[in-house]
Ligand binder design. Sequence first.
Ligand code: PRP
Ligand code: ADE
Length: 178
Amino acid sequence: GREAKLQLVQRHVRAFPDFPKKGIVFRDICPILKDAAALKAVIDLFEEHVRNNHQHVDLIVGLDARGFLFGPLLAQRLGIGFVPVRKKGKLPGATVSVSYDLEYGKAEAEIQEDAVAPGQKVLLIDDLLATGGTLYAASELMRKQQAEVLGCMVVIELKELNGTDKLKPHRVFSLIQY
Ligand code: PRP
Ligand code: ADE
């Protein structure tokens, strides 16, 4: 059932204090990837959420880099396509970009100009929500391209950083909260 799957996922997240900087507790999802059942549970839970909450989704939009680990698996499961939002300078051709702040730094996010069409309905996916800066940047890219963000999905949500406030009015679905 759902509870057993959530517990399986939870058991496959490790905490590393003071990485990559002092004061940050880094939540490592690599054990999920290494365990076939835990990874399947993540995709099962995401799929269930999408099927229960969204009638029609055109694309899954995933964040560089760890959103790429889950996004294409979910998109494939749903029978739809995947679009990568990358860090600046990695994508060829015409691009659209936006800069943003992180829990531990600053970065710039970019998509290919033709990645999404006006009016397309998309779900944003990443491994983890901290300040919300990364997912907010992705939502800004979608706004610029006139795509409709149906919601955000993450494996882990760090509650104390209030990332969900930054993402309003977009809804955030998370599997694990700290
Ligand atoms: C991490 C994480 C999220 C983001 C969350 O990625 O994978 O994408 O930070 O933080 P925020 O909510 O404060 O924006 P990071 O930028 O460290 O890059 P990586 O995926 O390349 O490791
Ligand atoms: N990205 C931003 N904050 C993070 C954290 N505490 N653990 C893992 N990834 C992160």
